[in-house]
Design a protein around this ligand. Structure first.
Ligand SMILES: NC(=O)c1ccc[n+]([C@@H]2O[C@H](COP(=O)([O-])OP(=O)(O)OC[C@H]3O[C@@H](n4cnc5c(N)ncnc54)[C@H](OP(=O)(O)O)[C@@H]3O)[C@@H](O)[C@H]2O)c1
Length: 285
């Protein structure tokens, strides 16, 4: 039986690469969404009735509900949701533009939440489904100049780690994808940037802001390869789907370093942490 995939943000980047790959599979129905569906004409060459292109701004809850309804009405099932839509924001913590930051949380966090809440009833009825959250290595590691973007992705990590435990009994799998820097529109077109007015006080952050701007278009990560890996994990390794899928070498090495350092420090801090508990019954006797 054909599987139905629903993707957000398929106009460019990871979403587009995955949509183009899925559009060429004989056993997959694809619901490709974008704020502007004119940007989805690249799919037309593959369409023989198995592709549904729908307008979707993930911050619009009415559109979210309508997209899920139309997906089920056309294909009967909804097997995989890929929460991909998102954007970045570079700034010092102190000078961040609150309106932009709130909009980023609306898209990166609440958009993903509302999409996921909308598909869960369908997947629970099916007693099957896969929910993907395109997080980031910035969801595991905080970095100068990216505090609020990291905040959105740390939120996604916490939400989906918890969700995975809640929905496991309904045979619904959750996968957090944690890419390092990839060659998409993310660092260029789709990110917002606020330079610091205090470069002397924020030398490290100022340098990071410049490096991110200069690095756009030369990132190590290949989004086509990322899409192929996501597809392969869901289709061929569904029984053993990783809750965390790092993509790009530095996503692995940086996270390994962080967690090794943390483990070592926590070992040293264990007596201090334990001293904050009430005495155990066995210690009182
Ligand atoms: N590239 C990286 O280095 C990297 C690393 C880690 C994580 N990520 C994450 O990967 C995901 C995809 O980004 P990308 O790298 O592929 O960048 P991208 O090429 O800029 O793609 C972002 C996509 O999100 C869409 N989008 C933005 N706001 C939206 C909204 N309100 N509703 C619906 N769609 C919206 C964009 O559509 P429009 O054309 O309408 O703007 C675009 O299709 C994001 O969540 C990003 O945070 C990227």
């Amino acid at each position: 039986m054909k599987k139905t995939w629903l993707l957000t943000g398929t106009s460019t980047g990871f979403g587009r690469e995955l949509a183009e790959l899925l559009a060429q599979q004989p056993d997959i129905n694809l619901v490709a969404t974008a704020r502007n569906t004119d940007k989805l004409s690249y799919l037309d060459q593959y369409d023989h009735g198995q592709i549904l292109k729908l307008a979707l701004d993930v911050t619009d809850q009415q559109q979210v509900a309508a997209v899920v309804e139309q997906t089920v009405a056309k294909f009967g099932t909804l097997d995989v949701l890929d929460n991909n839509a998102g954007f970045g924001y570079f700034s010092t913590f102190e000078e961040a533009d609150e309106e932009t930051v709130r909009q980023m949380f609306e898209v990166n966090v609440w958009g993903l939440v509302h999409m996921t809440q909308a598909v869960l009833p369908v997947m629970r009825r099916q007693q099957a489904g896969v929910i993907i959250g395109i997080s980031s290595d910035a969801g595991l590691i905080g970095e100068a100049a990216l505090s609020f973007y990291s905040g959105t992705k740390f939120a996604v990590e916490g939400l989906f780690e918890s969700l995975a435990q809640e929905v496991a009994e309904d045979q619904i799998k959750v996968m957090l994808v944690e890419p390092s820097s990839f060659r998409t529109d993310w660092a260029g077109r789709s990110s917002q940037k606020k330079d610091t007015d205090f470069p002397k006080d924020y030398q490290k952050t100022d340098q990071a802001l410049r490096e991110y701007a200069q690095g756009a278009g030369t990132e190590a990560g290949n989004p086509k390869a990322a899409a192929a890996t996501i597809y392969d994990q869901v289709v061929n390794h569904a029984d053993n789907l990783p809750l965390h899928l790092p993509l790009g070498e530095s996503a692995v090495t940086r996270a390994q370093k962080k967690y090794a350092d943390l483990a070592e420090k926590f070992t040293a801090l264990t007596p201090l942490a334990t001293a904050a508990d009430f005495p155990k019954k066995s210690d009182e006797n």
